[in-house]
Ligand binder design. Sequence first.
Ligand code: GDP
Ligand code: IMO
Ligand code: MG
Length: 432
Amino acid sequence: MPAIAIIGAQWGDEGKGKATDLLGSRVDHVVKFNGGNNAGHTVVIDMPDGTSEKYALHLLPSGILSPNCTPVIGNGVVVDVEVLFQELDALSARGVDVSKLKISANAHVIPSYNKAVDKVTERFLGSRRLGTTGRGIGPTYADKMNRIGIRVQDLFDESILRKKVEGALDLKGQVLTKIYNRRAPAVDEIVEELLAYVERLAPMVCDTGLFLNQRLDDGDIVLLEAGQATLLDVDHGTYPFVTSSSCTAAGACTGSGIPPMRLDQVVGIVKAYTTRVGEGPFPTELFDDHGAHLSKVGAEFGVTTGRARRCGWYDAVIARYAARVNGVTDFVLTKLDVLTGFDQVPVCVAYDVGGVRHDEMPVNQSDFHHAVPIYEYLPGWWEDISECRTFEELPANARAYVEAVEAMSGARISVVGVGPSRAATIVRHELV
Ligand code: GDP
Ligand code: IMO
Ligand code: MG
């Protein structure tokens, strides 16, 4: 039975949390396969009394809010154990059942020295900084590749854990003291920190790859929820201004242990305009009143760090690139409501780089830094569309915008978002 991946098609914050929640009642398991608590996924749940409840998920998959779903943290994730229990406790306090969570024994943990290295590296880089979330993500993935990482399973054998921490600190301790002039933590301190939650952790830990493949054999539906997005992917993103994990559809397989042939559907989440948090190139970025309008109406502030998100027009070159890299079968176009109130809505269809037209992402990073958008101007609309529930109810120009963007972006737009809540959704083609 099917495995479905949800991926971000831009630089993150496209509305993956809402999309996951939308499918939550129809899938059996939701897997986070990459990243860690650098993510911030918002889910707004309508209550029977007409109010709504808002949740911000960081380390946990958004599917934890869907009562019939088993939430899974896959092997591709990096886990800050303290944050894990803070998030679980906060959800429990709000009445969410978190008892079904499963965590891969092969996921890596984020020791506190990697949070220190992340922050101090950014300071050290000065104007060349990436604008990371400071959660220790990059250094922990670097340790994984460098084969000095600590895995969840290591926490269950203190003598092995101690040896691994000693090995890691042999290097990281020197980096902290000799390069960054910071205090290196003692081995005991780190061992104690990592063991603090081990009893609570034990019942959740298993071979999640085995579990997920067996459930697929049983006919269950597995949803793989990405953190971050295509342009932040360590291989396919705007390197070095990226995160350190594989956020794309292929990463859904390596990060979960589900083989590629079992993935039937790839749902790309794309905002009707573009945002980016942190440093790095962004061709359609706006520095004018239009950008300020998108920021204000779209409430574009990061869920994790509270930083203002940079805003710009829709970039169809990027969407096509995301469709290609991920094999997107369906797009969910989010936040169309935020585009209400413009006479014209520009859409970037190609780039001009030094007088040369680029219809695809330039392969050279400097070219991308110098890419000037070539815009097509689509007629805008002024009607409030937040109550529209069918495609036909949308004003003609909003429909034309969706159809034009669809024709440029390399896959059908199956769902359109017109507000943050689950109900504020127009389904053109059912996803599951
Ligand atoms: P994620 O990281 O991809 O899950 O996205 P975030 O949660 O960081 O950011 C998306 C924001 O947009 C959240 O505040 C959502 O509640 C909100 N949102 C999602 N879909 C829509 C939509 O269609 N319209 C509006 N106005 N807001 C939306
Ligand atoms: P969601 O899942 C937007 C950005 C950071 C920084 C870069 C590297 O909510 O879409 P890191 O701490 O990962 O090493 O930072 O990646 N970044 C995100 N931007 N949404 C996210 O997650 C992000 N996670 C990381 O701002 O530019
Ligand atoms: Mg987010």
